[in-house]
Design a protein around this ligand. Structure first.
Ligand SMILES: C[S@@+](CC[C@H](N)C(=O)[O-])C[C@H]1O[C@@H](n2cnc3c(N)ncnc32)[C@H](O)[C@@H]1O
Length: 276
């Protein structure tokens, strides 16, 4: 727990920028719409107190604030917090309640303060199980009894699929990275190519087990993107509203199919803090 929240190479990766655009291009667009619909499926009625932990540049936080919720964003990277505050200032009618630098493993928020905690990112970069469970236990501490955590992991096979689709595996370095991902989920990128950065890639049921180990009852384990994220012609197909709807439908149709959870780039677990 004395380790910094972000390894140097992870901070350097995000310092290159691009996080504020990521969800508005490529398969990030499926990730965004599907994550939003999964959040809305469970969000309590009325004005909720939401902590977006690892909230990055504020895409989800600002979206929820615009719907009238009290949203507090926490992120380990000062650059992302600054970008989130800029995004918040662009919606003065519905600003974020706060955006601060912090560590998912040790939040400033008081106990039982929140109705919802989003963990859409920190679990990627907490590479030891104990640290991921610590972040989830911290989410449980700040949630009121009955409150919900939305915990997302990168799926174990994501780099294999993008390696095949984007023809990256003819680079022996990429192949070696993917081989290790498949063995133990520990993603490391010793190259200067854009093969992401130090992360843990979850098996779907492993993420659910971590959420349970932190004391939550789990309500859902779903694949987020479904098959659409793998399409080489996604940009063209996404421009057609009917085709876009079919891709989202396909994601919904498969979202709970146990044999296909790992087809998506991300898996999401919804957990509820027990009331007793
Ligand atoms: C891939 S980005 C996701 C941002 C946003 N939640 C989204 O879904 O678009 C991962 C974010 O998690 C943050 N992060 C990683 N580890 C963290 C930790 N231990 N505490 C707080 N934030 C963390 C990073 O700084 C980064 O902004």
């Amino acid at each position: 727990m004395d380790s910094p929240p972000l390894a140097a190479e992870v901070a350097a990766y995000y310092a290159r920028g691009g996080e504020s655009r990521r969800l508005f291009e490529g398969h990030g667009r499926i990730e965004l719409l599907r994550t939003q619909e999964l959040i809305l499926r469970h969000l309590p009625r009325g004005r909720a107190v939401v902590l977006d932990v690892g909230g990055g540049t504020g895409v989800y936080a600002c979206w929820l604030a615009a719907q009238g919720h009290e949203v507090h964003l926490v992120d380990a990277l000062p650059r992302h917090v600054a970008e989130a505050l800029e995004a918040s200032a662009r919606q003065p009618e519905h600003p974020l309640a706060s955006a601060t630098v912090g560590d998912a493993r040790r939040l400033e928020a008081a106990a039982a303060r929140a109705d919802v905690v989003l963990l859409l990112g920190p679990l990627y970069h907490l590479i030891a199980r104990g640290e991921r469970v610590a972040a989830l236990v911290e989410a449980r501490r700040v949630l009121r009894p009955g409150g919900l955590v939305f915990a997302v992991g990168i799926a174990r096979f994501a780099s294999l699929f993008s390696g095949v689709v984007e023809r990256l595996l003819d680079d022996p370095n990429a192949q070696a990275i993917v081989e290790r991902d498949l063995v133990d989920g520990q993603h490391r990128n010793p190259t200067d190519r854009d093969y992401f950065t130090t992360s843990y890639f979850h098996l779907p049921h492993e993420l659910e087990a971590e959420v349970r180990a932190a004391g939550f009852a789990t309500l859902e384990l779903v694949g987020v993107e479904g098959p659409g994220w793998l399409l080489p012609d996604l940009d063209a197909r996404w421009r057609d509203p009917a085709e876009r709807e079919r891709l989202l439908w396909a994601a919904r149709a498969l979202e709970r199919e146990p044999t296909l959870l790992g087809l998506s780039a991300h898996v999401l677990v919804v957990g509820r803090k027990p009331t007793d």
